[in-house]
Design a binder for this molecule. Sequence first.
Ligand SMILES: Nc1ncnc2c1ncn2[C@@H]1O[C@H](COP(=O)(O)OP(=O)(O)OP(=O)(O)O)[C@@H](O)[C@H]1O
Length: 227
Amino acid sequence: MIRVENVSKIYTLGTVKVTALRDVSFAVDDGEMVCISGRSGSGKSTLLRQLSLIDKPTAGRVIFDGLDVVSLSESRRSALRLDRLGYVFQEYALIPELTAEENVFLPAMMRGGRSRDYHARARSLLELVGLDARVAHRPKELSGGEQQRVAIARALVNEPSAIYADEPTANLDSFSGQEVMQTLTRLNAELGVTILFVSHDPDDGQYASRMIHLRDGELVDEPEPAG
Ligand SMILES: Nc1ncnc2c1ncn2[C@@H]1O[C@H](COP(=O)(O)OP(=O)(O)OP(=O)(O)O)[C@@H](O)[C@H]1O
């Protein structure tokens, strides 16, 4: 369902060129939970940005649900992002003035539809991530782990086929981080939603059905040895 074909990404800063991804190819089936791992600077976030249609590769193709998404217009890419993809950020990216419930239904509201429906859906998703007692709380009234679980509920609100998460536990203590990873694993199993998450910690591979290792922008078979 997701295919990356010979993707390269070169950033140009004045006269300096940085090759962040070099001829990367792989495929992800529906319902997989894949961990993209690699050291700092190996190209993990760059890869996720190409997959989540935030950025376009310098060369190569990204196929999502049979569509070559690189060649689509910006308006089609935006619509696809809203309708079919969910994104979870390291820093949660919740709107501070809105309650947990309002943060969750915002992407559904942007799509239109009846407010009664998206209110109900936001509440059921908050229940699914174990936050039914926190629907009226604002982000500053929630712990980091709870905020990230609100962000996960938000990523699910438009029933995406895939969720991308960039270092979703990096700002959390290890207990809250485990709770967030267990929540993602459970949602992957219960809802069948495809999840790709980035981690610099090879131990996070325990939550994945498969790992993809990056080194200096290239796919490699094994993680880089520690040290
Ligand atoms: N906007 C940009 N302009 C120029 N170079 C960039 C840009 N974004 C990333 N890079 C470079 O591309 C390479 C890969 O960066 P990327 O952020 O994808 O790595 P990463 O594996 O996600 O790192 P980290 O674990 O530290 O977040 C790095 O050398 C980085 O300096």
